[in-house]
Each structure stands twice: as structure tokens, then as C-alpha cells.
Design a protein around this ligand. Structure first.
Ligand code: ADP
Ligand code: MG
Length: 590
């Protein structure tokens, strides 16, 4: 009995669609790329409900003939390559002829297109791979493709989509990746009737400013290099504007966004020691190489690329970035056109420099902290076997470890970070940072205490966000008010803070909100499903960082111990890291 069937095209296309279009952002990418391949100089993207109900791209490119307007929805229908050889000289974004076939298999698509030299255009309606209607129409030259109700016939995929703010964030990222490097093309992006971006044709720098905010103009150094194998044009962030996340790192090859760990590390290596610990440079770098020296075909969504000249590219890129940072850093430091501000000449004759003074407090005993003697209850504890023994062998005694009553407040401070205090089960070493995380978290969570105390800012501060982040912040701002923030949307995608929680000290608002939104997005996708938990966890971490900036005093250490042990789950941070390690008496005796 024969059991093999050939799948109907509509089914095959639907399966293929899973690879090309896994979410609205995938369709957006393909449609923008098609418009660029058609030679458009102006491209307008409109989405509704984060692409769920509508994704529409209008371009002023070459348009399609009546029959091409039908054919373009067939699988392997492409005007961009004809022979296998063409694969080695690709100058277009697309070439597989799968995108429109895939999209048409899982949506209701309306295409209107006219070639410049035709009087009338054509309109095609296609649903689930079936052409429903085609008729002549009058329309501007170029193409408009409207994709409606994506995944209408694939409920499993539709249900898999995330909340609108997250899907919109994906679309926005695609939009940045496409538009950044095509700065000679004008783009607009409208979401739910609101114009989010209006990008005019111009330079790369203007495009970066259009996408990330005008402040970037002062934060970047230009990278330019031309060799036989590669031409580099781009910008990298000044070291002092590095970020705590790898977010803004854009690398392009021949107009295509790529991910290439080796080349990315070439950029990061160029900074050497210029970056603070755990911070990353932002960069926007375009490479031009001979298309025959790359293979873009190894990955279906084509963000991975293989280069023939991997090693030389690495070296050239690193040295180009180095040069940019080195040269410009020097130029600003020395202020070439302004005279040095001070000039220390040789010391005048007969001058003896004063001896540096060392001051010390007579009678200071480092083991006596504000009068309370540090003594470890070694003997009593060991003597108190067997329960004490038992407690000492546990990682953490149950119930909650409590500082020995008679030594309440006794503590040793280490490196501004650790506080040691005696417990009946041994010496507790508390990680200040993690303990603060726990304390602030519990405080934020407790509604009775009213969370953090707001502090009205003398001068409101503003920050610039991506459109999706601005929308997300709009959703969260009510909740954040409870934690002491007063945030109002400003013009563009800016937000203005008029009050912040006191506990955040003078933290930088931009950095703070960037981190908060980043933590929120990633925690919503992973660990926490609960909005307030993930917001509190992120805020608590940032409050802890702010508090860590001041040196640790004995009084603070004592308060820290008391506050920590007052928390019901004192032994871990909100994300499950240990706050306390107990050094058992036996270990000390050893
Ligand atoms: P590919 O881009 O890989 O060729 P697609 O499925 O994305 O495959 O598109 C199929 C074909 O439809 C393209 O090769 C092109 O000829 C035509 N096409 C698609 N979009 C446009 C557009 N916006 N303007 C003109 N032609 C287009
Ligand atoms: Mg295409």
C-alpha cells in the first residue's frame, strides 16, 4: 500500500512559513526588504495591534506587472536570481522567493501595485494561499502590501504570540536593523495611528540620531577605514557612554544586519581597559565586502554570515576601532585647539615639599567596633551539643538565624561589602549587596509601608526611550508611582521624572529606566510572571547598587543585620542567591 502524499502547496507554504515568519516582526522584515529590493526611496510601515491585525508596507519602488502580482505569491518565485551562480553575487536582500508565499499562507493579504510606465495598477487579494480576487485599480506607482490577521488560520501560532508591547518591541528592533544601515532611504513607522519614527534620507549619524535620540551625536566616535578587502563606515560609543547591557550593538555587512561573535569581540577588544567592569560599548558599524567573499546562505533568517577573510577582517576592524577611540580620546583630552589649563613647572629654588601627614586615632582597636567587643561564641556553641552541633552542620539553621542576643550589633566589616557577625551556629558572613537587595525588595513589596519614599526632584530629569519601551513604561508607570516615581511622557519617546524613590540616591534616570525595562522584559519572559515581583526585584537591585556607593559604617552594618534578619526570607535574594554564608565553629577551629 502506498502511503506517501505530496502535500498541497497551501500546506507546504504554511509549514515553510514557520521558518520565515515566526512572529509579526518576521513579516515586517521581509516586507521592508522587498521594498528596498524594489529600489524604493521612501518606505512607510504601518502596524495595528503590534502587527496582529495589520502590517502594511507602502513603497515607491518599481512595482509589479499584472502577472507578477499573482506570481510573487508562488513558492520559489523570485526576480532576483536565475542561476545557482547568482548565489555568489547577491546584491539584494531577498533571493529565496519564499517570503510572500509564506506570508500569504498564513494571513489575508491585499496587494496593490503599479509599475511607473503602466497607466493602471492591479489589486490582488489572497487568503491562505488562495487568490480570492484580482482586478485593475488606479493607485500610485510602487507597491502597497497589507497583511491582515496574521496566523488567522494557525491558532497555535497566534496563541503563542506575546503581549503587544513585546511583539511591538520585536518589530521595532527589526525596523532599527533595517533602517539604520539604509540611511539613504526615507522611512516612517506608525503604530496604532501614532507616528513613532519619521526618518529622512541622510547620513549614518543622522539616522542613528533619528532612531536613538539626538544625544547620540555627542556620544560617538566615527570609525572609517578602507582596505582592499573591506570598507568600514560606522560609529562606536565613547568609553564613558558604555552601557550595562549589550543592547545597542549593530553590525552590518553589505547592508544586511548580521550577528558575528568574532567581529563583535573585535570591537569590544579594541576598547581594552577603557571600559568600566561589566559594561559594553554601543556600536553601529557597516562593512562593505565583495559579495563573492561572503556566504549569507547558511541560515534561513540570514543573520549569520561566513567570511572568506575572517582573520584579516577581525584585525582590520579592531585596529580601525582602536584608532577611532585612541585618536579621538586623545584629541578631546588634550583639547588640541585650547591651551592646557595649567602648567606645572619645576619647583622654585630652595623649596622643600612638605612631608605627607599620616593621621591615626590613638588607642583605636579594629576589633572593637563602636564599643561592642567582637567575640565569637565558639565555646558555648560547641559545648551546647547536640542540637547546636546539628544546627552547625546545616547550611542555615532553622528557624531563622538570629544574632546572639548578648552580642547584638557586634560586627566586623570587610572591604565595604561583607559584614561578619556571630550567630549561635557560627560566624555569619553577610553579603551587603545581596542583603540590601532582599531588604529593599521586601520593603517595596510591603504595601502597608507604602513602598519607597518619593523624593521630589529639584530639576525634573528626562530620558529618551525606544518607542516600544516608552509604550511599556506607559503601562508600568501607574505601578511605579507606588514605588516613588512620578513619570510623565514628554515629546517624542521621552519620559520626564519629577520624583524618584529616595533610596535610588542620585542614580542616572536613563540608566535606571533602561535597566528596569530590560529586567522587566527578560523576567516577564523567564522567571517571573508577576509584574510587581519583577519590577520590585529590579528596583531593589538598583537601590542596592545606589546604597553600595557609600562606604560601609559600623552603624550601617548593624542596621543591615537587623533589617536583614527582620525579613521572612533573609537567607536569599529575591532571585534566589544566598545572602549569608555561615562559617561553622569547627571550620574556624581548624
Ligand atoms: P524574494 O525577495 O526572495 O525574491 P519574496 O517572496 O520576498 O522573494 O518576493 C517574491 C518576488 O516578488 C520578488 O522577487 C519581487 O520580484 C516581487 N516583489 C515582492 N515585493 C515587492 C515590492 N514591494 N515591489 C516590487 N516587487 C516585489
Ligand atoms: Mg523578499
Amino acid at each position: 500500500m502506498d502511503i506517501i502524499n505530496i502535500l498541497p502547496d497551501s500546506v507546504a507554504n504554511q509549514i515553510a512559513a514557520g521558518e520565515v515568519v515566526d512572529r509579526p516582526a518576521g513579516a515586517v522584515k521581509e516586507m521592508l526588504e522587498n521594498a528596498m529590493d524594489a529600489g524604493a526611496t521612501q518606505i512607510d510601515l504601518v502596524v495595528k495591534d503590534a502587527g496582529r491585525t495589520l502590517i502594511q508596507v507602502t513603497d515607491n519602488g518599481c512595482g509589479m506587472s499584472d502577472s507578477d502580482a499573482r506570481l510573487c505569491f508562488e513558492r520559489h518565485a523570485t526576480s532576483k536570481i536565475q542561476r545557482a551562480d547568482d548565489l555568489f553575487a547577491i546584491h539584494t536582500m531577498g533571493f529565496r522567493g519564499e517570503a510572500l508565499a509564506s506570508i500569504a499562507a498564513i494571513a489575508q493579504v491585499e496587494l496593490r501595485t503599479r509599475q511607473t510606465d503602466s497607466e493602471l495598477g492591479t489589486q490582488v487579494l489572497i487568503e491562505g494561499s488562495h487568490i480570492v480576487d484580482q482586478h485593475p485599480t488606479s493607485c500610485p506607482s510602487g507597491t502597497t502590501i497589507a497583511v491582515k490577521n496574521l496566523f488567522y488560520n494557525v491558532p497555535a501560532r497566534r496563541n503563542f504570540l506575546k503581549r503587544d508591547s513585546i511583539e511591538l518591541a520585536h518589530i521595532e528592533e527589526v525596523f532599527r536593523r533595517v533602517t539604520l544601515i539604509h540611511y539613504d532611504i526615507g522611512f516612517t513607522f506608525t503604530s496604532n495611528g501614532q507616528l513613532l519614527y519619521e526618518l529622512h534620507p541622510g547620513s549614518l549619524m543622522q539616522r542613528i540620531a533619528g532612531l536613538f535620540g539626538p544625544l547620540y551625536k555627542e556620544r560617538l566616535y566615527a570609525v572609517d577605514e578602507e582596505t582592499e578587502i573591506v570598507k568600514i563606515h560606522g560609529f562606536v560609543s565613547r568609553p564613558e557612554y558604555s552601557r550595562k547591557t549589550r543592547g545597542e550593538q549593530y553590525l552590518f555587512v553589505n547592508g544586511r544586519f548580521i550577528k558575528h561573535p568574532a567581529l563583535s569581540s573585535a570591537v569590544e577588544k579594541a576598547y581594552n581597559d577603557l571600559l568600566p567592569e561589566r559594561s559594553y560599548p554601543s556600536y553601529f558599524i557597516g562593512l562593505q565586502v565583495d559579495p563573492s567573499r561572503i556566504d549569507v546562505n547558511i541560515h534561513p533568517t540570514k543573520t549569520e554570515v561566513k567570511f572568506v577573510d575572517d582573520h584579516s577582517l577581525f584585525a582590520i576592524l579592531r585596529s580601525a576601532v582602536k584608532k577611532a577611540i585612541g585618536q579621538f580620546a586623545l584629541a578631546t583630552e588634550l583639547g588640541f585647539d585650547t591651551p592646557p589649563e595649567f602648567n606645572i613647572g619645576p619647583a622654585p629654588k630652595g623649596y622643600t615639599p612638605p612631608q605627607p601627614k599620616i593621621s591615626y586615632k590613638a588607642g583605636y582597636n579594629p576589633f572593637t567596633a563602636s564599643g561592642s567587643q567582637v567575640r565569637m561564641p565558639l565555646e558555648p556553641t560547641v559545648g551546647r551539643a547536640p542540637e547546636a552541633e546539628q544546627a552547625a552542620t546545616l547550611e542555615l539553621p532553622d528557624p531563622q538565624p538570629q544574632p546572639e542576643e548578648r552580642q547584638q550589633g557586634a560586627c566586623l566589616l570587610l572591604q565595604d561589602r561583607y559584614v561578619a557577625t556571630p550567630l549561635s551556629s557560627g560566624l555569619a558572613v553577610i553579603d551587603r549587596y545581596r542583603a540590601l537587595e532582599r531588604i529593599f525588595y521586601d520593603r517595596l513589596q510591603s504595601t502597608t509601608q507604602g513602598g519607597a519614599a518619593p523624593q521630589t526632584l529639584l530639576f525634573p530629569v528626562s530620558c529618551h526611550l525606544s518607542a516600544a519601551d516608552a509604550e511599556l513604561l506607559g503601562e508600568l508607570k501607574g505601578e511605579l508611582k507606588r514605588y516613588g516615581f512620578e513619570l510623565e511622557p514628554g515629546s517624542g519617546n521621552t519620559y520626564v521624572a519629577t520624583a524618584m524613590p529616595t533610596e535610588l540616591g542620585n542614580s542616572d534616570l536613563q540608566e535606571l529606566l533602561d535597566q528596569l525595562l530590560l529586567d522587566y522584559k527578560s523576567s516577564v519572559m523567564q522567571r517571573y510572571s508577576n509584574r510587581s515581583e519583577s519590577l520590585c526585584a529590579s528596583l531593589a537591585r538598583q537601590m542596592a547598587s545606589a546604597a553600595m556607593r557609600s562606604p560601609l559604617t559600623t552603624e550601617e552594618a548593624q542596621r543591615l543585620i537587623a533589617d536583614l534578619f527582620a525579613c521572612p526570607m533573609a537567607d536569599t535574594t529575591p532571585t534566589g542567591k544566598r545572602t549569608i554564608a555561615i562559617v561553622k565553629p569547627e571550620e574556624i577551629l581548624k
